[in-house]
Design a protein around this ligand. Structure first.
Ligand SMILES: Cc1ncc(C[n+]2csc(CCOP(=O)(O)OP(=O)(O)O)c2C)c(N)n1
Ligand SMILES: [Mg+2]
Length: 312
């Protein structure tokens, strides 16, 4: 990873953390229309994977991949407007979470049906190959989501067809309140079905970046899909309405030491690369202004309710 990439990656991870902190405040003040699902502790898994892609590659992020959207050019302004349900936001107030994409930035909108994005992205990868385009499709899946039939069907299809698909497994300790040993036999890695598989420390941004770059290269060489299992930990509840009382505090303390942000900063420091000490306060000031102006943004007009829907 070169110096410029490292700085951009660090900024994306920090922006993700600070934006989510701001969303939590907005949630507690009763301003967000739904709950807030954080990626606290998983920022390297979301950002470093996306950072290793090329500009023409396509991603389909899940709820804990806000960072990947930032890497692809989504802005915190859009995120605030979306969560606050305002007319000027990406879905014009029709949705209040991350169920939106941006075709221009190569972001496919997720659905809530876990696993469903794997066959969708296998289809995207198939279209790249049919058109002879050197592009890769990537999506993420949690340990819980990897127990769905769609995960198996989609990855199996990609392996058989040797499609340029990267599936990032987020092994983060829980599926809502269920730990993996209560819902899956073996470890997530064993679910690869013949895809090229790498297991990495998901809190090590450099390892995640390198693994994704390697997987992407193989995809471009026509060697078929990759399954990158990132071992990480969900440091907050499933969402803000969940106080994660079922998680052993000792486990949280163990993972707090592995926080991906200070670890990446230390790695950069070991190369003599310094993070601007004013970066966090500059981002904070920007986010404060954006959140305040999003709160002033207009609500959608009732007569626009059916806009964007199919009609006969
Ligand atoms: C097919 C399907 N089943 C159940 C749900 C309800 N649900 C939403 S999130 C979630 C937990 C997902 O856990 P995991 O895949 O490990 O992802 P994480 O939340 O840990 O990132 C569940 C069960 C769903 N959205 N889709
Ligand atoms: Mg999980």
């Amino acid at each position: 990873m070169d110096h410029d990439t490292a700085l951009r990656l660090y900024e994306a991870m920090l922006l993700t953390r600070l934006t989510e902190e701001r969303l939590v405040k907005l949630f507690r003040q009763g301003h967000t229309l739904g709950s807030v699902y954080r990626s606290l502790g998983q920022e390297a898994t979301a950002c470093a994977t996306a950072m290793a892609l090329g500009p023409d590659d396509v991603i389909a992020p899940l709820i804990r991949n806000l960072g990947s959207m930032f890497v692809r050019g989504m802005t915190p302004k859009e995120i605030f407007l979306q969560y606050l349900g305002r007319a000027t936001g990406p879905t014009g107030g029709r949705e209040h979470n991350n169920h939106f994409g941006s075709v221009a930035r190569g972001i496919i909108a997720p659905t809530s049906m876990l696993g469903a994005l794997i066959p969708v992205m296998a289809g995207v990868a198939l279209s790249f190959r049919q058109k002879g385009e050197r592009r890769v499709a990537m999506t993420w899946i949690g340990d819980g989501g990897s127990s769905t039939g769609a995960f198996y069907e989609g990855l199996n299809f990609a392996v058989v067809q040797k499609l340029p698909l990267i599936v990032v497994g987020e092994s983060n300790g829980y599926a809502f309140s269920t730990p993996p040993d209560r819902q899956m036999a073996g470890r997530m890695t064993s679910r690869s079905q013949g895809a090229f598989t790498l297991t990495v420390d998901g809190n090590d941004a450099v390892a995640v970046y390198d693994a994704t770059a390697q997987a992407r290269q193989r995809c471009l060489e026509g060697k078929g899909p990759a399954f990158i299992v990132c071992e990480t930990f969900r440091m907050s509840g499933h969402a803000e309405h969940d106080d994660q009382r079922y998680v052993d505090p000792a486990l949280l303390a163990e993972w707090a030491i592995k926080d991906p942000l200070p670890r990446f900063e230390a790695w950069m420091a070991s190369r003599g690369w310094k993070v601007d000490p004013s970066l966090a306060s500059r981002l904070e000031a920007k986010l404060t202004a954006l959140a305040e102006s999003a709160l002033e943004a207009p609500w959608p007009a009732p007569d626009t309710l059916a806009l964007g829907l199919f009609s006969s």
